[in-house]
Design a protein around this ligand. Structure first.
Ligand code: GLC
Ligand code: CA
Length: 548
């Protein structure tokens, strides 16, 4: 194929839908209570039925599991808890048979303190690996500065052997890697190329905007050398194959996103940014300080990303991941309008431009959990509980924050059936199953045309059927409406219309009835005639074929 045609060809990941698996909580094959690779292999058929194109696999490399795999001690081996390297190769091959690619989670900002590099690095300042990490001189008890780690406490940890502090943006067991060191960068590239040769379909890059830190200037995200590093990384690895790469970039603006995801492929395929997620975060406060969700702001943020990135970058479309509370418990209604609101949120998101991500269980409308404090497992949750108790918060206040924000909301076991432990394990699950598994589970939804699962399945199918999902121009409708989120997407051939009532009250329909020729693609109520009233959480998607 001539280069020109190649360039014109639409990248596969633009029409793809990606499914995220948090392996510990997905499917356990051997009864030890922890999900594993064989468990995933046994569910590939389920995923093919759903229709997804790729799996983003949260980390499965060898790890002491301080942050559940986001602390890697060997990038080229699989943690025995999840299986073997052989299992990983089987997963890649079997997934391929089901037309699914495997996207590895690369944690390149930090390693585990149990990684060989760090074990060496802390031995002496002269050790060849010392400079793989970020050190500062000092005296014990006097931190280089007052920077804090994301999981609580100082970002600096003293090592007596070298009489220095090392820098860690996350837990003490996650020392930050020093990207200024070209030798470290080369080791990373070799490791990535080794995975590419194993046939993975791409990579998700954990907190990639934080690799170019400059702690002396208190810079963590978006450091001055970040894009230089990313371009080198991409050139030395990703560009050698037809891969998808997605960067976790918490603080990206649309301008920065155009650098990260420039269509010239010099850095990454797309960003995974959180502006639409962080709307209820009060500036200067922590995520545990709860605030109401601002609907008009949500519309503003989506519109800005949809319009400003058009033709100049590529975004991820997501509501959930392993760090976030369940969307149906957040913007939706996990009681009376559970199914309606879960479907509405899906329909709204899947009509937009970008690559949709479905986080395990989202396709069933899985909800948040209220555990006893002893039942939480997440390091961030347990740390903040302790920290806030010390600061004088009441237990009730803290628990309210955990119910709303704990990462464990996303990490309850996948609900496969109404059998014991939701069919997740034959043993004792590592974290308690959500008791609502009797009502919310795969077995109950998979053959039911009216289920949330079927709604997701249909949305995935539609994305492949109509080009307008990939390249249509976004236009917001009734921008200032306080309850309705409506927009169109349009290309030469089609005009897509999406209209959603975001709340639990009926509201007057602000739009004119679409043309007779427009086809109703999907709706979350059985009775589908156009009406001047939108029912609670009502969502509709219409397609007009302009060539007719
Ligand atoms: C990312 C991951 C999160 C992890 C953190 C540190 O935000 O999604 O789970 O704790 O990075 O690696
Ligand atoms: Ca297991």
């Amino acid at each position: 194929m001539a280069d020109k045609d190649m360039a014109k060809q639409v990248k596969w990941w633009k029409s793809a839908v990606i499914y995220q698996i948090y392996p510990r909580s997905f499917a356990d094959s051997n009864g030890d209570g922890i999900g594993d690779l064989q468990g995933i292999i046994s569910k590939l058929e389920y995923l093919e039925t759903l229709g997804i194109d790729a799996i983003w696999l949260s980390p499965v490399c060898r790890s002491p599991q301080d942050d559940h795999g986001y602390d890697i001690s060997d990038y080229q081996d699989i943690d025995p808890m999840f299986g073997t390297l052989q299992d990983m190769e089987t997963l890649i091959a079997e997934a391929k048979r089901h037309h699914i690619r495997i996207i590895m989670d690369l944690v390149l900002n930090h390693s585990s303190d149990e990684h060989f590099w760090f074990q060496e690095a802390k031995k002496s300042r002269e050790n060849p690996y010392h400079d793989y990490y970020v050190w500062r001189d000092g005296t014990e008890g006097e931190f280089p500065n007052d920077m804090r780690a994301a999981f609580g406490g100082s970002a600096w940890e003293w090592v007596p052997e070298v009489q220095q502090y090392y820098f860690h943006q996350f837990s003490v067991k996650q020392p930050d890697l020093n990207w200024d060191n070209p030798k470290l960068r080369l080791e990373i590239y070799n490791m990535i190329n080794w995975w590419i040769e194993k046939g993975v379909g791409g990579f998700r890059l954990d907190v990639i905007d934080q690799i170019a830190k400059e702690p002396d200037k208190r810079i963590t995200a978006n450091g001055p050398r970040l894009h230089e590093f990313l371009r080198e990384l991409s050139r030395e690895t990703f560009q050698k194959a037809d891969l998808v790469t997605v960067g976790e970039t918490w603080g990206a603006t649309t301008e920065l996103a155009k650098l990260y995801s420039n269509p010239d492929n010099s850095e990454l395929s797309m960003v995974f940014q959180f502006e639409h997620i962080c709307l209820d975060q009060i500036p200067g406060k922590e995520k545990w300080d709860l605030a109401p969700l601002p609907f008009l702001k949500l519309k503003e943020v989506f519109e800005r990303w949809q319009t400003q990135l058009y033709g100049e970058g590529w975004n991820s479309l997501f509501w959930n991941n392993h760090d976030l509370p369940r969307i149906v418990s957040r913007w939706g209604n996990d009681e009376k309008y559970w199914a309606e609101s879960a479907k509405m949120l899906a329909i709204l998101l899947h009509g937009m431009q970008g690559t949709p991500y479905i986080y395990q269980g989202e396709e069933l409308g899985m909800t948040n959990i209220c555990y006893e404090i002893e039942e939480y497992r997440d390091i961030e949750t347990l740390n903040i509980y302790r920290e806030r108790l010390e600061k004088g918060y009441t237990k009730e206040e803290i628990m309210r924050s955990l119910y709303a924000r704990s990462r464990d909301n996303a990490r309850t076991p996948m609900q496969w059936s109404d059998g014991e432990n939701a069919g997740f394990t034959a043993g004792e699950p590592w974290i308690k199953v959500n008791p609502n598994y009797r009502e919310i589970n795969v077995a109950k939804q998979i053959g039911d045309e009216d289920s949330i699962f079927s709604c997701y399945q249909k949305l995935i199918r539609l994305r492949k059927e109509y080009s307008v999902f990939v390249d249509g121009i976004f236009r917001m409708l009734c921008r200032d409406h306080e309850a309705v989120f409506a927009y169109t997407r349009e290309n030469d051939d089609y005009r897509l219309l999406v209209i959603c009532n975001f709340f639990d009250k009926p509201t007057a329909n602000p739009l004119e009835k679409p043309e007779e020729s427009a086809k109703l693609l999907i709706c979350n109520y059985g009775d589908t005639v156009w009406s001047t009233t939108l029912r609670p959480y009502e969502a509709r998607m219409y397609m007009e074929d302009k060539r007719r």
